[in-house]
Write a protein that binds this ligand. Structure first.
Ligand code: HEM
Ligand code: HEM
Length: 293
């Protein structure tokens, strides 16, 4: 695996990092605008566009199940990649509820409709939490499932890139080796153990990162002075070391936290599905009721 591919798995590009925040601001903006306009009754759920928004939103939420289908059946691969359908799932999982909010014109109705509404909002929020946990146990944004050995092997690979030509690099490499050796083979087997282990390693890796970068800066300054390096040469040396230390600690943290997030994700699945079924059930009763009473 090339370095670009493996390393990108831990550190996202700035745009990718910003995407959730941008989406959140846009979606909240649209919702607040709709909420402020609700008194005007541009939309009513009984008829016209308001009615169709209910149908459109429900269709959007039903179509996000195509992801489950695609994920489970390889034969369905003619309809596109799992990654594409996962992305579509998230998009429709946000767009669907927004359309339905506009369908209700931000007003509550009979009990059953309200249960459908709250179940829907809960499923969508739970989906966002799920995506966060999902990101912790996969490589990159839509990559394959992460494995501890694989991540640690890549972290070791990074250390090799440090080279030995600088004193600072040599020092950093030694410290990272010591850290790796200490945590190797210590993956706990119980849920509480993995939570504790993940938390301790995360804190220690962050402290190590801070310490190594500060120390590398000091060593480079001394070595640079002794060898008459220019400011630019010192900067380049430090940049390389800093980047590798950051990636290394990100990889180690990811490996340490993996066990905990895997358990959390399994738990999340157990909570997410009943909410989904509650929404579908009450949604069907709602559609039946509004046309019969
Ligand atoms: C999960 C999907 C849906 C949710 C959460 C939902 C929610 C709601 C809520 C809370 C209201 C009450 C708003 C008010 O009284 O001002 C309402 C009204 C209504 N909805 Fe939906 N809706 C959904 C889907 C649909 C669909 C697919 C249709 C049509 C096929 C539909 C048709 C209606 C109608 C006709 C009303 C007006 C009923 C009345 O005022 O008695 N809804 N909906
Ligand atoms: C009303 C909106 C939503 C509904 C009804 C819904 C429904 C579902 C269902 C039924 C599953 C189980 C799929 C399976 O295991 O086959 C699922 C999984 C998932 N959903 Fe959603 N979802 C919604 C919104 C969202 C949103 C907004 C996000 C993220 C931004 C999201 C992220 C996820 C993730 C990460 C999984 C787990 C995927 C996996 O295990 O492969 N969902 N959702």
């Amino acid at each position: 695996m090339g370095r670009g591919e493996s390393v990108a798995a831990y550190v996202m590009s700035p745009i990718t990092q910003m995407l959730p925040a941008i989406t959140a601001v846009a979606v909240l903006g649209v919702i607040v605008a709709g909420w402020l306009q609700r008194g005007e009754e541009y939309l009513v759920p009984e008829s016209g566009p308001g009615y169709w928004l209910g149908i459109g939103g429900s269709m959007a939420m039903l179509s996000l199940l195509v992801y489950s289908l695609r994920k489970r059946y390889r034969a369905a691969r003619i309809i596109g990649s799992v990654r594409f359908w996962f992305r579509t799932h998230m998009l429709l999982g946000i767009a669907g509820p927004v359309l339905v909010l506009f369908h209700t014109n931000f007003k509550l109705g009979p009990m059953n409709s309200n249960v459908a509404l709250f179940a829907m909002l809960l499923v969508a929020c739970s989906g966002i939490v799920g995506k966060y946990i999902y990101g912790k146990i996969h490589m990159g944004l839509y990559g394959h499932k992460a494995r501890v050995e694989e991540i640690l092997a890549q972290a070791d690979e990074l250390k090799r890139e440090l080279g030995e030509e600088l004193k600072a690099a040599e020092f950093v490499s030694r410290e990272l080796n010591a850290f790796s050796n200490e945590i190797k083979g210590k993956t706990p087997t119980t849920a509480i153990g993995s939570l504790w282990f993940g938390a301790i390693i995360a804190v220690r890796a962050r402290a190590l990162r801070h310490h190594l970068i500060a120390e590398a800066r000091r060593l480079i300054r001394i070595e640079g002075k002794a060898r008459g390096w220019s400011w630019w040469q010192r900067r380049q040396g430090l940049r390389k070391i800093t980047q590798i230390v950051r990636l290394y600690s990100a990889a180690v943290i990811k490996a340490a936290e993996l066990g905990f997030y895997e358990r959390l994700f399994a738990l999340w699945h157990v909570l997410h599905l009943p909410l989904f079924f509650l929404m579908v059930g009450t949604g069907i009763i709602h559609v039946w009721a509004v046309h019969h009473y």
